[in-house]
Design a protein around this ligand. Sequence first.
Ligand code: CO
Length: 140
Amino acid sequence: MGAAGSARGSGGIAHVGIAVRSIEEARGFWEALGLVVEHVEEVPHEGVRVAMIPCGTSRIELLEPTREDSPIATFLAKRGPGIHHLCLASDDVAADDRRLRELGFTLLRPEPTAGAEGTRVQFVHPKSAGGVLVELAEEP
Ligand code: CO
């Protein structure tokens, strides 16, 4: 099964991405639940600032746009704040990318790119994934 791919769920749901207008405004709800923002980072080429909030073995990722042409700004304009994507841990995102492409699924980018915290990430188009934007993330 070696060639069958890597995102088989052993790493679980790495995080749930939530689009917010402001991390500063949005974090209070999660903190009221006793969760703690462990990490805030800007990802300039994505036009976002992300706040990572550990939650059990997974995390909540708050995504705030840093410019008008950010995909998160577009999402907020169309749909308002809310769940944006589901991220699965992958131990070989390049292999997942290749396999999904061969199987005819639509990926958002020509190849995996740099994500937050040194990860390599790819996104599966919602039309290929039952209406859900799925991120695959490989730890550095
Ligand atoms: Co994410």
